[in-house]
Design a protein around this ligand. Structure first.
Ligand SMILES: *Cc1c(COP(=O)(O)O)cnc(C)c1O
Length: 381
């Protein structure tokens, strides 16, 4: 079956009891067992819940994994991976990563005596030189956040595996519509389900999809032991969102490409960071690795400083000033003061997150209206 058919049917089989085409939301915290010490499929909702399980089944199919685990947030999902590591282990992460992941690794995971190095993974040879004997995990994002850098996932998988390390990919920006990291050799795919999977700015959630059963079991053990599971209402909403994932992502990517082309030719724009532009340094890898679109996140730099970028993001109307992304509503933000404010100023400068950088999450509104909204602000600058 094709992707969008699986998004609607896998995990969403009709309710056996009533024939309802939409499965019920199971709010029960506990389940009656056949006998003492004789366990049914579900026993306690932290360990497993039918509504969560339905979403996990769909996501495993869409990413091509052996199983999926759904969490209370994207950070809870990433934390579960980091919590598999032990004192003395080393993590290498890409330098263009989500601000919250940077904070988790540098300010929480490091407390357990786990070392973290950031490298520019757009050149996989940087990854090779950063690996040490203690490296257990490589963590990358492609497209990266907020600079939309592209990392060659297959090349990183080979380097990580030659070193006995696992490769985890935060694929929130790409979604399984555009990139399927497990097919490229990654061990774990992570999503902030808050973004495209949910798609309507009305739930918080995270997901891990895993290639091998042994690793799935290990992550399931940590999830069940630490407890940051996705609730049944969120799982229901996310399952509903996933049914239109392909349609939304394809259409939003088309609009993003049009806006990126327009911004790229705009005289008040210093440069546009979008992997769908031939002048983007990762364009060739993106063409290979992304299927039929380059995503709906666009960053650009104004000719101007912190104050003009701040003024710009505060002046649009359809593009609402908010962090987050991936929903039907378009959003705008300034990474230096918002999504990436937790970076040390020095790391921000070193990793190219300039004060004039603006990040757009292109939604499902008519692209003409979105362009007019931006043009109005350019004219007032
Ligand atoms: C939002 C986001 C996260 C964190 O997810 P939450 O659901 O906010 O916890 C991680 N990675 C990326 C790329 C994100 O956009």
């Amino acid at each position: 079956m094709q992707f969008r058919t699986r998004a609607i049917h896998v995990g969403n089989e009709k309710c056996a009891e009533t024939g309802a085409v939409v499965r019920p939301i199971h709010m029960a915290s506990t389940f009656v067992q056949p006998g003492a010490g004789d366990w049914g499929e579900f026993d306690y909702s932290r360990s497993g819940n039918p509504t969560r399980k339905a979403l996990e089944t769909t996501l495993a199919s869409l990413e091509g994994g052996c199983g999926a685990l759904c969490f209370a947030s994207g950070m809870a999902a990433t934390h579960c991976v980091a919590a598999m590591l032990r004192t003395g282990d080393h993590i290498v992460a890409g330098s263009d990563i989500y601000g919250g992941t940077y904070r988790l690794l540098h300010k929480v995971t490091n407390r357990a005596g786990i070392e973290v190095s950031l490298v520019d993974t757009t050149d996989p040879s940087n990854l090779k030189s950063a690996l040490t004997e203690s490296t257990k995990l490589v963590w990358i994002e492609s497209p990266g956040n907020p600079r939309m850098t592209i990392t060659d996932i297959a090349a990183c998988a080979e380097i990580a595996h030659n070193h006995g390390a696992l490769l985890g990919v935060d694929s929130t920006f790409a979604t399984p519509v555009l990139t399927r990291p497990l097919e490229l050799g990654a061990d774990i795919v992570m999503h902030s389900a808050t973004k495209y999977l949910g798609g309507h700015s009305d739930l918080m959630g995270g997901a891990l999809v895993v290639r091998e059963p042994a690793l799935y079991d290990e992550l399931y053990f940590v999830q069940n032991a630490t407890g940051a599971i996705m609730g049944p209402l969120e799982a229901f909403l996310c399952s509903r969102g996933v049914k239109t994932l392909e349609l939304r992502v394809r259409e939003q990517s088309r609009s993003a490409q049009m806006l990126a082309n327009w911004l790229d030719a705009h005289e008040q724009v210093e440069r546009v960071l979008y992997p769908g532009l031939p002048n983007h340094p990762g364009h060739d890898v993106a063409r290979r690795q992304m299927d039929g679109g380059f995503g709906a996140m666009v960053s650009f730099e104004l000719q101007g400083d912190f104050a003009s970028a701040k003024h710009f993001v505060e002046s649009t109307e359809l593009f609402q000033l908010a962090v987050s992304l991936g929903a039907v509503e378009s959003l705008i933000e300034q990474p230096a003061s918002m999504s990436h404010a937790s970076y040390d100023a020095e790391d921000r400068a070193k990793h190219g997150i300039s004060d004039g950088l603006i990040r757009l999450s292109v939604g499902l509104e008519a692209v003409e209206d979105l362009q007019a909204d931006l043009e109005r602000v350019f004219q007032d600058l």
